[in-house]
Design a protein around this ligand. Structure first.
Ligand SMILES: [Mg+2]
Length: 423
């Protein structure tokens, strides 16, 4: 398994428990944003060309402001930017504004404020964590248990495309420093074999993570994964090969193939994780804050995994930098989280706000600073009202676009197509 060792220098415990130091929330606000991607993000379930997202902002009596974010992922969480905004401006604001409680108490208020809406809850819960750590004058990672290491090796995702297109994207990712590629597969078994062969030929030195996003039947998964093993391909794991509801099928695949199988769409909560682990349905878990409703439940899953000796990946939806930075703080603090899949900011034509973390070759490292270590994102950065797109040059790339990707292919946009960055 590629990833960081789980045992290098973990501190004994948090600097200050989440029950300490009550926080007084005076305001909960939200603002909407729209961020074009440098190239379409394509999976077995969805094609995304621009990310609609909402920033949740929590202000404390001291004036400290924390931020979290949630992206529209209709195909995964069922949430649109409109429903996220409605949840934040309605029940979540009502549950938190004017309340004085510990971080744990406030997070519980948010979790119980309405049914479902996990990414809206995650946005405000992360904002609470950001504010909590800023009040303590520390990076969030320190309050989550401390840094396990300097950073974690990130991966770069290769979208589901024709084989030669995927080969080209794999080559570019390796040239940019990637040592692990996450390959999207899963809508045509014969074509999937061609896709993977093309990627391996283009990038023979990298380790591979495969993600079928529920695209195969158990029988298809067993056949294709057995063939990949026979071919000796450098595959570290396979995410969610079969539909999320088919736990028995997932268990069958896990039992039949040598490659480690990771549950993703099948695990939203610690109850899901318990059920999957008890059934022996998977070898690994993919935790995402947008599925769990925030950091507290993500820790519950990771703690459960740690007790079971199961390693976790901290993944994400196609989300903006605020969400990704929160995930990185948790990943670097928790011993059960040995892998990250946090490349979304590198897909954004304009990656805002500044700070949080840096990508250093294949490695993601936190940049320090209080809370998440990010500048505050203003309502008029990446605005959702169309101003961001009106200023685009002809190639579809904002004038201040981040050139780091090296391959801006333009960012075609569709206002009709619902965004949904299922990963
Ligand atoms: Mg996945």
């Amino acid at each position: 398994m590629t990833g960081q060792s789980a045992v290098n220098g973990h501190k004994a415990g948090p600097v200050a428990g989440p029950g300490a130091n009550p926080l007084h929330v005076v305001a909960v606000r939200s603002h909407r944003h729209r961020a074009p991607l440098l190239r379409p993000f394509v999976t077995a379930a969805r094609r995304t060309e621009a990310v609609e997202y909402v920033v949740a902002e929590v202000e404390l009596a001291s004036g400290t402001i924390g931020q979290g974010s949630a992206a529209e992922t209709l195909a995964v969480t069922g949430e649109s930017a409109a429903t996220i905004t409605a949840a934040l401006d309605g029940p979540l604001r009502a549950a938190l504004e004017g309340v004085t409680d510990s971080l744990t108490g406030l997070a519980a208020q948010a979790a119980g404020a309405l049914a479902r809406a996990p990414s809206a809850k995650a946005a405000v819960e992360v904002a609470l964590h950001d504010a909590w750590a800023k009040e303590a004058g520390l990076p969030l990672v320190e309050l989550l248990g401390g840094r396990l290491g300097d950073g974690l090796m990130n991966d770069m995702t290769v979208s589901l495309e024709e084989p030669e297109v995927m080969a080209g994207h794999a080559r570019e990712a390796v040239a940019a420093g990637a040592q692990i590629l996450k390959i999207k597969l899963g809508n045509d078994v014969a074509l999937d074999r061609d896709r993977l062969a093309a990627v391996v030929e283009a990038a023979p030195e990298v380790r591979l993570r495969l993600d079928a996003n529920q695209g195969w039947s158990p029988e298809q998964a067993i056949t294709i994964l057995t063939a990949f093993t026979a071919d000796g391909l450098p595959i570290d794991l396979v995410e969610q090969p079969v539909p999320a509801a088919d736990v028995e099928g997932l268990a069958r695949v896990t039992a039949a193939v040598e490659l480690p199988i990771m549950a993703d769409e099948a695990v939203w909560s610690s109850a899901d994780a318990r059920r999957l682990l008890d059934a022996g349905a998977c070898d690994l878990l993919n935790i995402k804050l947008a599925k769990t409703g925030g950091i507290r439940e993500a820790i519950a899953i990771a703690d459960l995994a740690e007790a079971a000796g199961v390693e976790c990946m901290l993944g994400s939806m196609m989300e903006p930098r605020i969400s990704i930075t929160a995930a990185a703080h948790l990943a670097i603090a928790h011993p059960a989280i040995t892998m990250i899949d946090l490349d979304p900011p590198f897909w954004f034509a304009t990656d805002l706000p500044r700070g949080g973390f840096v990508q250093d070759g294949a490695w993601l490292r936190l940049s320090g600073g209080q809370g998440l270590g990010l500048e505050l994102l203003r309502a008029d950065d990446d605005p959702a009202d169309g101003a961001a797109t009106d200023d685009d040059p002809a190639d579809g790339r904002p004038a201040d676009g981040n050139p780091a990707d090296g391959d801006p292919v333009g960012a075609p946009r569709s206002d009709e197509e619902p965004a949904g960055g299922d990963r």
